[in-house]
Design a protein around this ligand. Sequence first.
Ligand code: 2HG
Ligand code: ZN
Length: 452
Amino acid sequence: MEFDDVLDAAAPGRVTRDADVMASYSVDWTRRWSGRPRAVVRPESAEQVADVLRACTQHGVAVTVQGGNTGLVGGAVPSDGSVVLSTRALRSHGPVSADGSVTVGAGVTLVELESLAAEAGYTAGLSLASGESATVGGAASTNAGGARVLRYGSARQRISGLRAVMPSGDIVDRRTSLVKDNTGYDLTNLLIGSEGTLAVITDVTWKLVRPLTDHLVVAMSFPDVRAAVAALPTILQLPQIDAVEWAEGAAVSRVAEHSGTPTPLPAEGFWVFAEMGSSLVGAEPVLEALMSGGLDSSRIAIAESAAERRALWSFRERITESISTAGVPVKLDVGVPAERFEEFVGSITDAVHSVDADAVLVLFGHFAESNIHVNILPGAGTFADDVAGALEDAVLELVLSHDGTISAEHGIGRAKRRWLIRQRGETQLAAMALLKNAWDPHRILNPGVLLD
Ligand code: 2HG
Ligand code: ZN
Protein backbone atom coordinates (compact mmCIF):
# COMPACT_ATOMS: atom_id res chain seq x y z
CA MET A 1 0.00 0.00 0.00
CA GLU A 2 1.06 3.57 -0.68
CA PHE A 3 1.96 5.61 2.42
CA ASP A 4 -0.98 7.99 2.00
CA ASP A 5 -3.42 5.05 2.13
CA VAL A 6 -1.65 3.59 5.17
CA LEU A 7 -1.90 6.96 6.94
CA ASP A 8 -5.60 7.29 6.12
CA ALA A 9 -6.19 3.78 7.48
CA ALA A 10 -4.25 4.57 10.67
CA ALA A 11 -6.46 7.55 11.51
CA PRO A 12 -9.68 7.30 9.48
CA GLY A 13 -11.26 10.68 8.80
CA ARG A 14 -8.52 12.46 10.76
CA VAL A 15 -6.10 13.24 7.90
CA THR A 16 -6.20 16.34 5.75
CA ARG A 17 -4.15 17.33 2.71
CA ASP A 18 -6.16 20.44 1.94
CA ALA A 19 -3.69 23.27 1.34
CA ASP A 20 -5.87 25.91 3.04
CA VAL A 21 -6.32 23.83 6.18
CA MET A 22 -2.64 22.86 6.25
CA ALA A 23 -1.58 26.52 5.96
CA SER A 24 -2.18 27.33 9.63
CA TYR A 25 -0.09 24.32 10.68
CA SER A 26 2.76 25.30 8.38
CA VAL A 27 3.95 28.61 9.73
CA ASP A 28 4.72 29.79 13.24
CA TRP A 29 3.10 32.64 15.08
CA THR A 30 5.95 35.09 14.44
CA ARG A 31 5.98 34.24 10.69
CA ARG A 32 9.72 33.57 10.93
CA TRP A 33 9.52 29.77 10.45
CA SER A 34 7.59 27.78 7.88
CA GLY A 35 7.59 24.43 6.08
CA ARG A 36 5.55 22.38 3.59
CA PRO A 37 3.99 19.29 5.18
CA ARG A 38 2.56 16.44 3.10
CA ALA A 39 -0.44 15.97 5.43
CA VAL A 40 -1.86 16.96 8.78
CA VAL A 41 -3.23 14.22 11.04
CA ARG A 42 -5.25 14.91 14.19
CA PRO A 43 -5.53 11.67 16.16
CA GLU A 44 -8.13 11.40 18.89
CA SER A 45 -6.52 8.81 21.16
CA ALA A 46 -3.14 7.52 22.23
CA GLU A 47 -3.87 4.30 20.33
CA GLN A 48 -4.48 6.29 17.15
CA VAL A 49 -1.22 8.18 17.71
CA ALA A 50 0.47 4.78 17.97
CA ASP A 51 -1.04 3.63 14.66
CA VAL A 52 0.10 6.84 12.96
CA LEU A 53 3.64 6.56 14.33
CA ARG A 54 3.88 2.89 13.35
CA ALA A 55 2.85 3.80 9.81
CA CYS A 56 5.36 6.65 9.60
CA THR A 57 8.17 4.52 11.03
CA GLN A 58 7.49 1.68 8.60
CA HIS A 59 7.54 4.06 5.63
CA GLY A 60 10.37 6.25 6.89
CA VAL A 61 8.21 9.38 6.80
CA ALA A 62 9.12 12.25 9.12
CA VAL A 63 6.63 13.47 11.71
CA THR A 64 6.38 16.98 13.14
CA VAL A 65 4.58 17.05 16.47
CA GLN A 66 2.51 20.17 17.04
CA GLY A 67 0.36 21.40 19.93
CA GLY A 68 -1.08 24.93 19.89
CA ASN A 69 1.68 26.16 17.54
CA THR A 70 2.60 28.97 19.91
CA GLY A 71 6.31 28.08 20.21
CA LEU A 72 8.86 30.76 19.38
CA VAL A 73 11.86 28.70 18.19
CA GLY A 74 10.39 26.89 15.16
CA GLY A 75 10.22 23.58 17.05
CA ALA A 76 6.68 22.71 15.92
CA VAL A 77 6.98 23.99 12.37
CA PRO A 78 6.96 21.13 9.84
CA SER A 79 10.01 20.02 7.95
CA ASP A 80 9.22 19.82 4.22
CA GLY A 81 7.41 16.59 3.36
CA SER A 82 6.70 15.62 6.96
CA VAL A 83 3.35 14.65 8.45
CA VAL A 84 2.18 17.16 11.04
CA LEU A 85 0.83 15.20 13.99
CA SER A 86 -1.41 17.69 15.76
CA THR A 87 -2.17 16.76 19.35
CA ARG A 88 -5.07 19.21 19.62
CA ALA A 89 -7.79 16.53 19.37
CA LEU A 90 -6.40 14.65 22.40
CA ARG A 91 -8.87 16.30 24.72
CA SER A 92 -9.80 13.78 27.37
CA HIS A 93 -9.71 14.81 31.00
CA GLY A 94 -10.33 12.98 34.23
CA PRO A 95 -11.69 14.47 37.45
CA VAL A 96 -9.51 16.48 39.83
CA SER A 97 -8.59 13.94 42.46
CA ALA A 98 -8.44 14.42 46.20
CA ASP A 99 -4.67 15.01 46.06
CA GLY A 100 -5.16 17.94 43.64
CA SER A 101 -3.93 16.20 40.51
CA VAL A 102 -5.69 15.87 37.19
CA THR A 103 -4.82 13.90 34.06
CA VAL A 104 -5.64 15.67 30.81
CA GLY A 105 -5.12 14.99 27.12
CA ALA A 106 -2.18 16.77 25.49
CA GLY A 107 -4.54 18.95 23.43
CA VAL A 108 -6.21 20.64 26.39
CA THR A 109 -5.17 24.31 26.40
CA LEU A 110 -3.61 25.99 29.41
CA VAL A 111 -6.66 28.22 29.80
CA GLU A 112 -8.89 25.13 29.81
CA LEU A 113 -6.63 23.48 32.37
CA GLU A 114 -6.89 26.61 34.50
CA SER A 115 -10.73 26.49 34.34
CA LEU A 116 -10.72 22.82 35.33
CA ALA A 117 -8.45 23.69 38.22
CA ALA A 118 -10.52 26.72 39.28
CA GLU A 119 -13.75 24.68 39.34
CA ALA A 120 -12.12 22.44 41.94
CA GLY A 121 -10.63 25.33 43.94
CA TYR A 122 -7.11 25.11 42.52
CA THR A 123 -4.84 26.82 40.00
CA ALA A 124 -2.53 25.15 37.47
CA GLY A 125 0.29 27.53 38.43
CA LEU A 126 1.52 27.99 34.83
CA SER A 127 0.79 31.31 33.24
CA LEU A 128 1.66 32.10 29.61
CA ALA A 129 0.32 35.01 27.58
CA SER A 130 -0.42 32.42 24.84
CA GLY A 131 -2.49 30.21 27.19
CA GLU A 132 -5.65 30.39 25.04
CA SER A 133 -3.89 28.34 22.34
CA ALA A 134 -0.86 26.78 24.06
CA THR A 135 -1.55 23.16 25.00
CA VAL A 136 -0.63 21.07 28.00
CA GLY A 137 1.28 18.69 25.71
CA GLY A 138 3.26 21.56 24.23
CA ALA A 139 3.99 22.92 27.71
CA ALA A 140 5.25 19.48 28.77
CA SER A 141 7.38 18.81 25.72
CA THR A 142 9.03 22.24 25.90
CA ASN A 143 9.13 22.52 29.70
CA ALA A 144 7.32 25.86 29.43
CA GLY A 145 8.12 28.60 31.95
CA GLY A 146 6.22 31.88 32.06
CA ALA A 147 5.49 34.50 34.64
CA ARG A 148 4.94 32.34 37.74
CA VAL A 149 8.05 30.17 37.72
CA LEU A 150 9.20 32.03 40.83
CA ARG A 151 6.43 30.47 42.91
CA TYR A 152 5.28 27.34 41.08
CA GLY A 153 8.26 26.33 38.95
CA SER A 154 8.36 25.48 35.23
CA ALA A 155 6.10 22.82 33.68
CA ARG A 156 8.53 20.17 34.95
CA GLN A 157 7.73 21.00 38.55
CA ARG A 158 3.99 20.81 37.92
CA ILE A 159 3.95 17.46 36.12
CA SER A 160 4.01 14.19 38.05
CA GLY A 161 3.38 11.80 35.17
CA LEU A 162 2.50 11.38 31.53
CA ARG A 163 1.68 8.95 28.77
CA ALA A 164 3.65 8.99 25.54
CA VAL A 165 3.92 7.01 22.33
CA MET A 166 7.32 5.94 21.06
CA PRO A 167 8.03 6.02 17.30
CA SER A 168 7.69 2.21 17.31
CA GLY A 169 4.07 2.64 18.44
CA ASP A 170 4.78 1.32 21.94
CA ILE A 171 3.01 3.27 24.66
CA VAL A 172 4.87 4.36 27.78
CA ASP A 173 2.22 4.86 30.44
CA ARG A 174 3.40 6.83 33.47
CA ARG A 175 0.16 8.62 34.34
CA THR A 176 0.75 8.84 38.05
CA SER A 177 0.26 11.39 40.77
CA LEU A 178 2.56 9.55 43.18
CA VAL A 179 4.89 12.02 44.84
CA LYS A 180 7.24 9.24 45.94
CA ASP A 181 7.94 6.65 43.26
CA ASN A 182 11.58 5.70 43.11
CA THR A 183 11.54 3.00 40.47
CA GLY A 184 14.35 3.48 38.03
CA TYR A 185 14.88 5.84 35.12
CA ASP A 186 12.64 8.88 35.29
CA LEU A 187 11.03 8.65 31.85
CA THR A 188 8.58 11.46 32.59
CA ASN A 189 11.37 13.93 33.17
CA LEU A 190 13.32 12.64 30.19
CA LEU A 191 10.39 13.47 27.91
CA ILE A 192 9.62 16.85 29.49
CA GLY A 193 11.64 19.37 27.52
CA SER A 194 12.67 16.85 24.83
CA GLU A 195 10.79 18.94 22.23
CA GLY A 196 8.99 16.01 20.63
CA THR A 197 12.21 14.32 19.52
CA LEU A 198 11.85 11.08 21.50
CA ALA A 199 8.12 10.31 21.76
CA VAL A 200 4.72 11.96 21.39
CA ILE A 201 3.19 13.00 24.71
CA THR A 202 -0.54 12.20 24.66
CA ASP A 203 -1.60 12.78 28.30
CA VAL A 204 -0.20 14.67 31.24
CA THR A 205 -0.86 14.34 34.99
CA TRP A 206 -0.74 17.84 36.40
CA LYS A 207 -0.17 18.76 40.03
CA LEU A 208 -2.52 21.64 40.80
CA VAL A 209 -1.89 24.10 43.59
CA ARG A 210 -4.12 26.11 45.90
CA PRO A 211 -4.42 29.68 44.60
CA LEU A 212 -3.44 32.72 46.60
CA THR A 213 -6.46 34.40 48.15
CA ASP A 214 -5.37 38.07 47.94
CA HIS A 215 -3.92 39.65 44.82
CA LEU A 216 -1.93 42.80 44.34
CA VAL A 217 0.10 44.01 41.37
CA VAL A 218 2.72 46.72 41.70
CA ALA A 219 4.58 48.31 38.81
CA MET A 220 7.71 50.33 39.47
CA SER A 221 9.62 52.37 36.91
CA PHE A 222 13.20 52.56 38.11
CA PRO A 223 15.47 55.21 36.60
CA ASP A 224 17.81 52.53 35.23
CA VAL A 225 18.76 48.88 35.32
CA ARG A 226 21.28 49.43 38.12
CA ALA A 227 18.62 50.84 40.47
CA ALA A 228 16.27 47.96 39.66
CA VAL A 229 18.93 45.30 40.23
CA ALA A 230 19.83 46.90 43.57
CA ALA A 231 16.14 46.81 44.58
CA LEU A 232 15.50 43.18 43.56
CA PRO A 233 16.35 41.56 46.92
CA THR A 234 13.85 43.91 48.58
CA ILE A 235 11.20 43.31 45.90
CA LEU A 236 11.53 39.57 46.53
CA GLN A 237 10.52 40.19 50.14
CA LEU A 238 7.04 41.35 49.09
CA PRO A 239 4.61 38.99 50.86
CA GLN A 240 3.56 35.83 48.95
CA ILE A 241 5.39 37.07 45.87
CA ASP A 242 4.62 35.03 42.75
CA ALA A 243 5.90 37.00 39.78
CA VAL A 244 8.61 39.61 39.22
CA GLU A 245 8.84 40.67 35.59
CA TRP A 246 10.72 43.42 33.80
CA ALA A 247 10.62 45.56 30.68
CA GLU A 248 12.57 48.48 29.33
CA GLY A 249 10.51 51.67 29.20
CA ALA A 250 10.63 51.58 25.39
CA ALA A 251 8.91 48.16 25.39
CA VAL A 252 6.18 49.48 27.70
CA SER A 253 5.69 52.55 25.46
CA ARG A 254 5.31 50.22 22.50
CA VAL A 255 2.34 48.53 24.22
CA ALA A 256 0.87 51.94 25.09
CA GLU A 257 1.06 52.96 21.45
CA HIS A 258 -0.24 49.61 20.17
CA SER A 259 -3.19 49.53 22.59
CA GLY A 260 -3.92 53.27 22.65
CA THR A 261 -3.66 53.29 26.47
CA PRO A 262 -1.28 55.74 28.19
CA THR A 263 1.31 54.31 30.56
CA PRO A 264 0.43 54.79 34.25
CA LEU A 265 4.01 55.86 35.13
CA PRO A 266 6.78 57.74 33.33
CA ALA A 267 7.51 55.38 30.45
CA GLU A 268 11.28 55.84 30.41
CA GLY A 269 13.59 53.78 32.60
CA PHE A 270 13.46 50.16 33.66
CA TRP A 271 10.07 48.76 34.68
CA VAL A 272 9.49 46.00 37.20
CA PHE A 273 6.09 44.34 37.66
CA ALA A 274 5.47 42.35 40.82
CA GLU A 275 2.42 40.26 41.67
CA MET A 276 1.78 38.93 45.17
CA GLY A 277 -0.88 37.27 47.26
CA SER A 278 -1.24 40.14 49.68
CA SER A 279 -3.35 43.15 50.49
CA LEU A 280 -1.86 46.61 50.03
CA VAL A 281 -1.55 46.94 53.80
CA GLY A 282 0.51 43.73 53.90
CA ALA A 283 2.82 45.00 51.16
CA GLU A 284 3.34 48.45 52.63
CA PRO A 285 6.42 47.76 54.79
CA VAL A 286 8.34 46.49 51.75
CA LEU A 287 7.09 49.30 49.53
CA GLU A 288 8.28 51.75 52.19
CA ALA A 289 11.68 50.05 52.24
CA LEU A 290 11.87 50.48 48.45
CA MET A 291 11.03 54.17 48.79
CA SER A 292 13.64 54.65 51.52
CA GLY A 293 16.05 52.94 49.13
CA GLY A 294 15.46 55.77 46.63
CA LEU A 295 12.40 54.79 44.57
CA ASP A 296 10.22 57.87 44.24
CA SER A 297 6.53 57.28 45.06
CA SER A 298 5.58 58.86 41.71
CA ARG A 299 7.26 55.86 40.09
CA ILE A 300 5.03 53.26 41.72
CA ALA A 301 1.63 52.18 40.34
CA ILE A 302 -0.63 49.90 42.36
CA ALA A 303 -3.46 47.72 41.05
CA GLU A 304 -5.85 46.05 43.49
CA SER A 305 -9.09 45.16 41.68
CA ALA A 306 -9.08 42.41 39.05
CA ALA A 307 -9.70 44.95 36.27
CA GLU A 308 -6.87 47.22 37.45
CA ARG A 309 -4.50 44.28 37.76
CA ARG A 310 -5.31 43.08 34.25
CA ALA A 311 -4.79 46.58 32.86
CA LEU A 312 -1.42 46.99 34.56
CA TRP A 313 -0.20 43.51 33.57
CA SER A 314 -1.14 44.17 29.96
CA PHE A 315 1.85 46.53 29.68
CA ARG A 316 4.05 43.48 30.22
CA GLU A 317 1.93 40.73 28.68
CA ARG A 318 1.21 42.49 25.39
CA ILE A 319 4.81 43.31 24.51
CA THR A 320 5.20 40.24 22.28
CA GLU A 321 2.02 41.07 20.37
CA SER A 322 3.04 44.73 19.96
CA ILE A 323 6.41 43.62 18.52
CA SER A 324 4.74 41.32 16.02
CA THR A 325 2.57 44.09 14.65
CA ALA A 326 5.78 46.05 13.94
CA GLY A 327 7.55 43.29 11.98
CA VAL A 328 9.18 39.87 12.06
CA PRO A 329 11.69 39.95 14.93
CA VAL A 330 14.78 37.92 15.64
CA LYS A 331 13.83 36.50 19.03
CA LEU A 332 16.36 35.26 21.54
CA ASP A 333 15.26 34.02 24.92
CA VAL A 334 18.36 34.01 27.08
CA GLY A 335 19.39 34.03 30.72
CA VAL A 336 22.48 35.08 32.65
CA PRO A 337 23.46 34.71 36.31
CA ALA A 338 21.78 37.42 38.41
CA GLU A 339 25.09 39.08 39.24
CA ARG A 340 25.83 39.59 35.52
CA PHE A 341 22.37 40.83 34.48
CA GLU A 342 23.20 44.54 34.65
CA GLU A 343 26.44 44.15 32.70
CA PHE A 344 24.72 41.98 30.06
CA VAL A 345 21.78 44.33 29.56
CA GLY A 346 24.26 47.22 29.38
CA SER A 347 26.31 45.55 26.60
CA ILE A 348 23.63 44.14 24.37
CA THR A 349 22.77 47.28 22.40
CA ASP A 350 26.37 47.69 21.24
CA ALA A 351 26.58 44.01 20.30
CA VAL A 352 23.44 44.25 18.18
CA HIS A 353 24.35 47.58 16.60
CA SER A 354 27.79 46.29 15.65
CA VAL A 355 25.92 43.98 13.24
CA ASP A 356 23.15 46.33 12.12
CA ALA A 357 23.17 49.94 13.26
CA ASP A 358 19.50 50.37 12.31
CA ALA A 359 18.18 47.36 14.22
CA VAL A 360 15.66 48.19 16.94
CA LEU A 361 16.05 46.36 20.22
CA VAL A 362 13.13 45.51 22.53
CA LEU A 363 14.16 44.09 25.90
CA PHE A 364 11.98 42.55 28.59
CA GLY A 365 11.60 39.31 30.49
CA HIS A 366 11.36 37.59 33.83
CA PHE A 367 13.38 39.54 36.38
CA ALA A 368 13.36 37.04 39.24
CA GLU A 369 15.07 34.48 36.99
CA SER A 370 17.38 36.92 35.13
CA ASN A 371 15.64 35.81 31.94
CA ILE A 372 16.01 38.27 29.07
CA HIS A 373 13.76 38.23 26.00
CA VAL A 374 15.87 39.92 23.35
CA ASN A 375 13.70 40.93 20.41
CA ILE A 376 15.38 42.61 17.46
CA LEU A 377 13.29 44.33 14.81
CA PRO A 378 14.62 45.50 11.43
CA GLY A 379 14.94 49.27 10.97
CA ALA A 380 12.93 48.73 7.77
CA GLY A 381 11.63 45.75 5.77
CA THR A 382 12.81 42.34 6.96
CA PHE A 383 16.22 41.01 7.97
CA ALA A 384 18.13 39.12 5.28
CA ASP A 385 18.96 35.58 6.50
CA ASP A 386 22.66 36.33 6.90
CA VAL A 387 21.95 39.47 8.96
CA ALA A 388 19.49 37.55 11.17
CA GLY A 389 22.16 34.86 11.66
CA ALA A 390 24.83 37.44 12.52
CA LEU A 391 22.49 39.09 15.04
CA GLU A 392 21.84 35.73 16.69
CA ASP A 393 25.56 35.02 16.80
CA ALA A 394 26.35 38.40 18.36
CA VAL A 395 23.77 38.01 21.12
CA LEU A 396 24.45 34.35 21.87
CA GLU A 397 28.21 34.94 21.95
CA LEU A 398 27.60 37.67 24.51
CA VAL A 399 25.39 35.31 26.52
CA LEU A 400 28.07 32.62 26.67
CA SER A 401 30.71 35.16 27.63
CA HIS A 402 28.45 36.03 30.58
CA ASP A 403 28.14 32.35 31.64
CA GLY A 404 24.50 32.37 30.58
CA THR A 405 22.09 30.10 28.74
CA ILE A 406 21.12 30.40 25.07
CA SER A 407 17.59 29.36 26.02
CA ALA A 408 16.05 30.11 29.39
CA GLU A 409 12.51 28.98 28.58
CA HIS A 410 11.58 28.76 24.88
CA GLY A 411 13.80 25.79 24.05
CA ILE A 412 16.18 25.09 21.18
CA GLY A 413 13.82 24.17 18.32
CA ARG A 414 15.24 24.95 14.90
CA ALA A 415 16.31 28.45 15.94
CA LYS A 416 19.22 27.58 18.22
CA ARG A 417 20.25 24.12 17.10
CA ARG A 418 23.57 25.18 15.65
CA TRP A 419 24.38 26.84 18.98
CA LEU A 420 23.60 23.88 21.21
CA ILE A 421 27.08 22.41 20.92
CA ARG A 422 28.58 25.64 22.23
CA GLN A 423 26.32 25.49 25.25
CA ARG A 424 26.37 21.81 26.12
CA GLY A 425 29.64 20.56 24.59
CA GLU A 426 30.46 17.44 22.59
CA THR A 427 30.13 14.87 25.37
CA GLN A 428 26.64 15.98 26.36
CA LEU A 429 25.50 16.25 22.77
CA ALA A 430 26.77 12.72 22.14
CA ALA A 431 24.87 11.53 25.23
CA MET A 432 21.70 13.15 23.85
CA ALA A 433 22.30 11.51 20.46
CA LEU A 434 22.53 8.10 22.16
CA LEU A 435 19.09 8.65 23.67
CA LYS A 436 17.69 9.89 20.39
CA ASN A 437 18.99 6.86 18.49
CA ALA A 438 17.63 4.45 21.07
CA TRP A 439 14.13 5.92 21.18
CA ASP A 440 13.84 6.94 17.56
CA PRO A 441 16.28 4.74 15.58
CA HIS A 442 14.78 5.77 12.22
CA ARG A 443 14.91 9.41 13.26
CA ILE A 444 11.39 10.20 12.16
CA LEU A 445 10.40 12.50 15.04
CA ASN A 446 10.89 16.25 14.58
CA PRO A 447 14.00 16.04 12.36
CA GLY A 448 16.00 19.26 12.50
CA VAL A 449 14.63 20.18 15.92
CA LEU A 450 17.01 20.25 18.91
CA LEU A 451 19.46 17.75 17.35
CA ASP A 452 20.71 17.37 13.76
C1 2HG B 1 6.97 36.24 27.45
O1 2HG B 1 7.62 36.15 28.49
C2 2HG B 1 7.11 35.17 26.41
O2 2HG B 1 6.16 37.16 27.26
C3 2HG B 1 7.40 35.71 25.00
O3 2HG B 1 8.07 34.23 26.79
C4 2HG B 1 8.73 36.37 24.87
O4 2HG B 1 8.15 37.32 22.74
C5 2HG B 1 9.06 36.98 23.49
O5 2HG B 1 10.24 37.15 23.20
ZN1 ZN C 1 8.88 34.58 28.76
